[in-house]
Design a protein around this ligand. Sequence first.
Ligand SMILES: Nc1ncnc2c1ncn2[C@@H]1O[C@H](COP(=O)(O)OP(=O)(O)OP(=O)(O)O)[C@@H](O)[C@H]1O
Length: 226
Amino acid sequence: MAALLEIEGLGKRIATDEAGGLRTLFHGLSAVIREPASIAVMGASGQGKSTLLRMLACLETIDEGDVRLNGQSFRQSDIREWRMDVSYVAQQAVMLPGTVDFNLRTVSRLHGATYEERLASELMERCGLGGMPGAKQATELSGGEKQRLALVRSLLLRPQVLLLDEVTASLDEENSRYVEELLLERHRSEGTTLIWVTHQPEQAHRVAPVHWTLAGGRITESGVAR
Ligand SMILES: Nc1ncnc2c1ncn2[C@@H]1O[C@H](COP(=O)(O)OP(=O)(O)OP(=O)(O)O)[C@@H](O)[C@H]1O
């Protein structure tokens, strides 16, 4: 049976100046996720963790190598469907201009997915946004509220793989724990694979039995005794 997600020989070069200079951020990066998993991605700033996640979601060009989901390369896939299955939640959440309700509904509509109103209310509640008026302008939300709304928008797509880029960075301890619990519950009940970029070793230990460390352009995988 095909692995859930295969990263094969992934390479990324980035611009160093306006004259077209390039430097290799990473090269020959490979990893396999065979079945639904929760994985923490660690590594010093600038090693390319966000870039890697954005490449997995096909939001960055892939110069070198391949990514396969259930055996199918992104190159043979419909990119809109791919981004629904492999959903990236950014560190700085971007809201669509309009209300909270509009943000929730539009992302599903843009992906051609049915909007599940009950699930949306449940997810908002579980994220600590239960009292948030649907008519509130999303651009007026706090950073932490935007981050959680963006997470709910992605969860509504029922992705197979959720790429979480420091998704609790703007949250206080209590709300971080709510979000961690919600995500782990989606992992257990829906089989959603979670890939968390985090700078907090305690969080990595709490949420993921497998850690990928990105350093010097390579991934090192380690399992953590729980
Ligand atoms: N589109 C781009 N063009 C030029 N440089 C880029 C681009 N995207 C990322 N970089 C550079 O690539 C490097 C890796 O960035 P990235 O955000 O992926 O690192 P990171 O490991 O997630 O860092 P942090 O932990 O600080 O968030 C940085 O030096 C960044 O400036």
